[in-house]
Write a protein that binds this ligand. Structure first.
Ligand code: SAH
Length: 313
């Protein structure tokens, strides 16, 4: 089976059957670490909404997990305006959690299901890393694609559709990762924005410049495990090549680290205010320190609208 098909099946099984987040679960995400993360994105949205002339707004989230990010955004934004919340989620278990966190949300399967032409904000935190990738390399047989057998890997001829996604310069015998499904989601968002006004914001671990290397990883109980042996029972992901995403974008876009984005938006001021009631210094460091999430995680924004200038970059 293709690596991508294997990943897709594992990820679906994994999320369909559990809530994996937090200390008790397999891994923790930024919104689960601290309310500051969602609040910063909330004020980022309020700023854009003001730039857009304070319209009725749609906020659409891909892969909302427990719904925590959106609940934090709502605390910051809804006092000011009318907002419609859309969730795109395929795990029935997590949909139930999301209903508790954000009862007013509307669930859709794809962007195409949304009829509204309202100005919009699209967000996704740790969503793109869960989408399937293919790994390819060039050797004396030409370009080969990784295939999954029973608990082992193998190589077979790679199709041209994958090769056109490679960066311009490549080296023999190195593994390159390409992700047609990620590119497809980014293109859908771009088309959606092109017919409206608004911005998309995707946050994830990955690199600013395309390069080679195997980043497929499986995490169980906060530890790395063998991706082949835990199919459907560990969180299977790969780093996001943001360079590959920006190569296909036609809309204006910005890319930076999570650290820079959150600092530019003023997270230290929010931390200072919160610290009057509780100690948030360790949470702040987790989000922004260069050796924690701060530099591994990147923030990509692309947008459409004459008057729009997204903050944070
Ligand atoms: N954004 C949340 C959760 C990240 S985990 C947070 O930051 O905490 C990845 C999320 O994407 C989960 O909600 C998972 O069920 C969802 N997901 C994974 N693949 C998906 C797909 N193909 N379509 C829709 N949702 C998907």
């Amino acid at each position: 089976m293709n690596l991508g098909a294997f990943m897709k099946r594992s990820v679906e099984q994994y999320y369909a059957t559990r809530d994996p987040f937090g200390v008790e679960g397999d891994f923790t995400t930024a919104p689960e670490i601290s309310q500051m993360f969602g609040e910063m994105i909330g004020i980022w949205i309020v700023d854009l909404w003001m730039q857009m002339g304070k319209p009725e707004l749609d906020i659409i989230e891909f892969g909302p997990g427990r719904g925590t990010l959106m609940a934090d955004i709502i605390r910051v934004t809804t006092k000011e305006t009318t907002i419609n919340f859309y969730f795109i989620e395929n795990s029935p278990t997590l949909k139930e959690k999301q209903k508790t966190a954000v009862p007013q949300a509307i669930w859709v399967n794809t962007l195409n299901d949304i009829q509204s032409k309202n100005p919009c904000i699209i967000i996704g935190n740790e969503f793109l890393d869960a989408l399937p990738i293919e790994q390819i390399k060039r050797n004396d047989k030409g370009w080969q694609k990784r295939r999954v057998l029973d608990e082992s890997f193998d190589w077979e001829k790679a199709e041209d559709e994958l090769l056109i996604l490679l960066p311009q310069a490549t080296q023999s015998n190195e593994i390159y990762e390409v992700a047609p499904e990620r590119l497809s989601i980014i293109k859908q968002c771009q088309n959606y924005l092109t017919q409206r006004t608004g911005a998309a914001l995707f946050i994830d671990y990955g690199h600013l410049k395309s390069h080679h290397g195997d980043t497929l990883q499986a995490i169980k109980n906060h530890e790395y495990v063998d991706p082949l042996k835990t199919a459907g029972d560990a969180d299977l992901t790969a780093h996001v090549d943001f360079d590959a995403l920006t190569r296909i974008l036609e809309l204006p876009n910005h890319l930076t680290t999570q650290r820079q984005f959150l600092l530019n938006l003023g997270i230290k001021h929010r931390a200072a205010a919160l610290s009057k009631k509780k100690d948030v210094s360790a949470d702040l460091l987790r989000l922004i320190a260069p050796d924690q999430m701060g530099e591994l995680f990147k923030v990509l924004c692309f947008y459409k609208g004459e008057s729009i200038k997204p903050a944070g970059f």
